[in-house]
Design a protein around this ligand. Structure first.
Ligand SMILES: [Zn+2]
Ligand SMILES: [Zn+2]
Length: 558
C-alpha cells in the first residue's frame, strides 16, 4: 500500500466521521494524517513501524491505524462507517463543492440519499433554501452532478434527445449513400436507455472499417449482430448491420418489443421485407393499420390494428392547460402572473397553480394565511386575464398516516387538490399503500400526484401495488397523474392501459417549477403515446369550461 492509498483511507475516514457526526476533533486529526502521509517524501511502508509515531502530524492514533492498514490492508473503523452509509451518500463524496457537513445536512435533514435525487432537489430550487447552501453552491452542485452522471452510462430520453441530431448528421455523412435508421429504445420512446441503436444498410465488417479511426468512436463490444461503441460523454451507440436480414426487417425487429415481434411474425409469417421501402410497407403487406415503433409493445395492439380500433394519437396540441405548477410562492422560479402570461402566449386556456403545502417546509410550503393571500391574488389576476383562468390548487403532502396536511375547511377552498407523498419515502409496501389509499379516499383529493415518487436512474420510488391503487382511484373518482417531468414519468406508462380499462382519468402534468418547465409536458405525451390514452381521458386536455364542469361535479358529489 503506497502513501497515496493510505492518505485516501484517512481522508475518507475523516469525512465519514463528519457525516455521521462523530468526534470532530479526531476527524480533524485524521485529515491531518492524510495530508501528512500524502506529502511524505519516503514511502511509509518502508519505514520501521516505531518511527511512525515520531512523524509530526501522525500521532498515536494515526500511527496505530497506519500499522493496521499496512498489516491487514484495511481499517476496521472505516469499514464500519462505510457499512452505515448509503451508497448514494458515499457517491456524493465524489462531488466537489459539497463537503461532509453539507452532505450530512442533505442526508439527515433533506432525506436525500442519492446523487440523482440531489440534482433533482437543486433543479427544484430546494438546496438554496438551506442554511449555508445558497444559489451559487446550488448551481455548482448542478453542474458537477450533471457531469458526473453523464459519465455513468445511462441516459434519460430527454438527454438522448438533445444528442440525436448530431449523431444522425454524422451517420448521414459517413455512411452515404447507404441507408440508416434509429431504432431501439429511442424509437420506442422509452423513458431511459443505455445506448442509441442504429441499423445501417451495410455489412458489419464494412461498418467497422468505416468507423475505425473515427475520433470519439471507441469499439467496446463486437457481437454477431452488432457493434457497440463508446462515444463522447460516455454515450453508447449500438450499430446493427444487415448481413443476415434485409434492412427493413432489421429496422422492424429492432424497434419492436420481443412480445410484439413474436406475435406479429406468428400472424404474418410471409412478409417479404426485401420488398419493403419503409415500415409502413410492412403493415401494408400484413393488411393491417400501421403501428408506429413506440406502440409496438404488447401483442394486443396488433388485434386493435386488425380491427381498425387504434385511438387517434394523443398530441402535444391536445394539451389545453398546465396542471401542477409551482410559483415563487413556494419553490418555483416565476411569479404566478409570469406563468399565466407564458401560458397565454402558448395558446393555453388555463394553469393550475399547485404550490407546496405547509409540511413541505423545505420548499417554502404555504401555511393557511398564505393560502388565503394567494387566493385573493389569483382572484385579482383572473379578473385581469379573463377568459384565461388560473385555478387555485395545492400539492398537499400525504402525511405518514395518509391524511392531508390541512383541515377540510381549508381543503374546500381550492378548486382542486393534488395529493403527493414527499417525505419518509423509505417504507414497506404495506405502509405506502395505507398512506396512498387513505389519501385517495379523502373526498378533497382530486389528483394523485407522482404515484411512486421515483426519479428515473436515481431513485426507485416506494413500492406500490399499481392495480389496487388504480382500483381505489376508480372507486373514489380520483385522477391519476402522469407526472411528465423527464426524471419522473410517474405513473409508469406500463400501467396506464389498466387505468383506462377501469375508466380512471389520467392527467399529464409537467410539475413545472418555472415557465420553461411547461415544455416537459411533451415527455409525458411521448410515453402516453405508447398506451391507448386519448385526449378524452386526459384531464389536461379538457378545455377550461370542461374542467370547470368536471370540478363542479366532483364538489357536488362530495
Ligand atoms: Zn411533488
Ligand atoms: Zn410538484
Amino acid at each position: 500500500m503506497d502513501n497515496a492509498q493510505i492518505a485516501d483511507c484517512f481522508s475518507l475516514l475523516a469525512k465519514l466521521m463528519d457525516i455521521h457526526g462523530e468526534n470532530s476533533f479526531k476527524a480533524k486529526s485524521y485529515t491531518n494524517t492524510a495530508f501528512t502521509v500524502d506529502k511524505l517524501a519516503v514511502q511509509i511502508s518502508t519505514l520501521p513501524t516505531e518511527s511512525l509515531f515520531a512523524i509530526k502530524g501522525i500521532g498515536e492514533s494515526g500511527g496505530k491505524k497506519i500499522i493496521e492498514l499496512l498489516e491487514t490492508g484495511e481499517l476496521a473503523a472505516l469499514n464500519q462507517l462505510i457499512e452505515k452509509t448509503p451508497d448514494g451518500i458515499l457517491e456524493m463524496l465524489n462531488i466537489k463543492g459539497i463537503g461532509p457537513k453539507k452532505i450530512a445536512a442533505i442526508w439527515k435533514e433533506m432525506e436525500i440519499e442519492s446523487v440523482g435525487e440531489l440534482l433533482y432537489a437543486c433543479k427544484e430550487n430546494r438546496l438554496k433554501l438551506y442554511k449555508g447552501f445558497g444559489e451559487k453552491t446550488q448551481q455548482n452542485v448542478i453542474e458537477t452532478i450533471e457531469y458526473y452522471l453523464k459519465s455513468k452510462g445511462s441516459f434519460l430520453f430527454s438527454q438522448v434527445e438533445a444528442l440525436i441530431f448530431p449523431v444522425k448528421s454524422f451517420f448521414e455523412k459517413v455512411f452515404y449513400p447507404h441507408k440508416f435508421q434509429v431504432v431501439g429504445a429511442y424509437a420506442r420512446q422509452l423513458e431511459s436507455m443505455d445506448a442509441i441503436e442504429i441499423v445501417v444498410d451495410n455489412s458489419l465488417a464494412t461498418i467497422e472499417e468505416i468507423l475505425t479511426g473515427v475520433s470519439d468512436f471507441e469499439l467496446i463490444e463486437k457481437n454477431s449482430d452488432d457493434l457497440l461503441y463508446n462515444t463522447i460523454g460516455s454515450l453508447k451507440i449500438r450499430v446493427y448491420g444487415c448481413d443476415k436480414s434485409p434492412f427493413m426487417k432489421q429496422v422492424f425487429v429492432k424497434s419492436s418489443s420481443l412480445e410484439f415481434e413474436e406475435f406479429f411474425t406468428k400472424n404474418f409469417p410471409a412478409i417479404n421485407y426485401t420488398k419493403c421501402e419503409n415500415e409502413e410497407a410492412v403493415f401494408e403487406q400484413a393488411g393491417i393499420r400501421f403501428i408506429p415503433a413506440f406502440k409496438r409493445e404488447k401483442e394486443s395492439i396488433i388485434e386493435f390494428a386488425q380491427h381498425n380500433e387504434l385511438p387517434p394519437l394523443l398530441q402535444l396540441s391536445d394539451i389545453k392547460g398546465i396542471i401542477h405548477c409551482h410559483s415563487d410562492w413556494s419553490d418555483g422560479n416565476n411569479t404566478i402572473e409570469q406563468m399565466a402570461t407564458a401560458a397565454i402566449a402558448k395558446g393555453l386556456e388555463y394553469i393550475v397553480i399547485s404550490d407546496h403545502s405547509k409540511s413541505a417546509f423545505y420548499a417554502k410550503g404555504l401555511n393557511e394565511e398564505r393560502i388565503q393571500q394567494q387566493h385573493l391574488y389569483i382572484d385579482e389576476l383572473n379578473k385581469k386575464l379573463a377568459p384565461f383562468k388560473i385555478f387555485k390548487s395545492i400539492e398537499s403532502d400525504i402525511l405518514n398516516d395518509g391524511s392531508l396536511d390541512y383541515s377540510n375547511a381549508i381543503l374546500s377552498t381550492f378548486d382542486l387538490v393534488i395529493a403527493s407523498i414527499h417525505s419518509n419515502l423509505k417504507m414497506p409496501l404495506e405502509r405506502s399503500m395505507m398512506r396512498l389509499l387513505n389519501a385517495i379516499e379523502n373526498p378533497y383529493t382530486t389528483i394523485l400526484g407522482h404515484m411512486t415518487g421515483r426519479l428515473l436512474l436515481s431513485r426507485k420510488g416506494y413500492p406500490v401495488d399499481h392495480r389496487k391503487i388504480i382500483d381505489a382511484c376508480a372507486a373514489n373518482n380520483v385522477v391519476v397523474e402522469l407526472n411528465a417531468h423527464p426524471s419522473r414519468l410517474d405513473i409508469d406508462w406500463r400501467h396506464i392501459d389498466y387505468a383506462l380499462e377501469k375508466n380512471v382519468l389520467l392527467s399529464i402534468d409537467p410539475d413545472a417549477h418555472s415557465i420553461e418547465g411547461f415544455d416537459d409536458v411533451r415527455y409525458g405525451i411521448l410515453v402516453a403515446q405508447k398506451t391507448m390514452l386519448s385526449k378524452h381521458q386526459n384531464l389536461s386536455s379538457f378545455g377550461v369550461k370542461e374542467l370547470e364542469t368536471y370540478l363542479d361535479k366532483k364538489k357536488v358529489s362530495n
